[in-house]
Design a protein around this ligand. Structure first.
Ligand SMILES: NC(=O)c1ccc[n+]([C@@H]2O[C@H](COP(=O)([O-])OP(=O)(O)OC[C@H]3O[C@@H](n4cnc5c(N)ncnc54)[C@H](OP(=O)(O)O)[C@@H]3O)[C@@H](O)[C@H]2O)c1
Length: 244
């Protein structure tokens, strides 16, 4: 069976875990998965790297060596790891936490996208780079200064990469996953109303079962990866995807 390759960050829980489980169930994908946490999963098709994506020198050292080679049909980079960051108004943010957030949410996926393009540019495979975005990339949310800014900047980086690599073998996406029932939503609900004025709305999403399951979002992401020719725009939101 022809092999394809998925490189995913933030596979240890939440949305990334659901995407990982989905592709582990397919026989035709090799997976390189990067988080701080390694999962207790043994599969000949899974390679896990424990990397703290906020530690940029570590990432810089490893970047040259991480990309698998092979006669792949499709090669996907899913930059999914992300951190909501310190939920506080600008003026009360701790610089070190802000730096960690910028590194994880923005610089690490920029490094990986850059290195991925360089490494696979001449590979004949269909290549997909999908950077997970958020509705917060295009809407200022009080208390989420670092989060909104890093997601907005990553979306622009993705647009530039797409403009520079207009070829039939490359597809670039900045994908908003909707409001997903993960640990990140728990962190949001655990914040304070004085720091995050929208907290009640987010608590009610959970109480009223309005959160999407990570498994459903993983299926929609798979649809994008299966048929990228049907998705022409770089900026995408899974809430507009129909599952069929
Ligand atoms: N949940 C939502 O409603 C929602 C909405 C819009 C966008 N998103 C985006 O969707 C993506 C996935 O979020 P999620 O909700 O699944 O979050 P999550 O449950 O908190 O999972 C975050 C993942 O990122 C990894 N990660 C965090 N910091 C890292 C670091 N320093 N180094 C390496 N990996 C790190 C975590 O792994 P380790 O802890 O093992 O390192 C974990 O696997 C994020 O980009 C998020 O911004 C989520």
């Amino acid at each position: 069976m022809p092999q394809s390759l998925l490189i995913i960050t933030g596979h240890s829980q939440g949305l990334g875990r659901a995407v990982l489980d989905h592709y582990l169930a397919q026989n035709d994908f090799q997976i390189l998965a990067i988080s701080r946490t390694k999962l207790e999963i043994e599969s000949p098709r899974l390679t896990q790297l424990s990397v703290d994506l906020s530690e940029l020198p570590v990432l810089e050292e490893q970047l040259g060596d991480i990309f698998p080679t092979g006669d792949f049909e499709k090669i996907i980079l899913l930059n999914n790891a992300g951190w909501i960051g310190e939920i506080k108004p600008i003026g009360n943010l701790q610089p070190k936490k802000l730096r960690t957030q910028v590194n994880v949410n923005l610089l690490a996926p920029m490094y990986l996208t850059n290195a991925f393009i360089k490494f696979y540019k001449t590979h004949q495979a269909q290549k997909i780079v999908c950077n997970i975005s958020s509705g917060a990339a295009s809407r200022p949310v009080s208390g989420w200064g670092g989060y909104c800014s890093t997601k907005a900047a990553l979306a622009m980086f993705t647009l530039v990469a797409a403009k520079e690599n207009k070829s039939e073998t490359f597809h670039f996406y900045s994908l908003a996953p909707g409001i997903v029932d993960t640990g990140m939503q728990g962190e949001i609900r655990d914040s304070n109303e004085s720091d995050f004025p929208e907290i009640e709305k987010f608590k009610s999403f959970k109480e009223e079962n309005k959160l999407t399951s990570p498994e459903e979002v993983a299926l929609k992401i798979e649809k994008l990866f299966r048929s990228p020719d049907q998705f022409k725009e770089v900026i995408q939101d899974v809430r507009s995807f129909e599952l069929n």
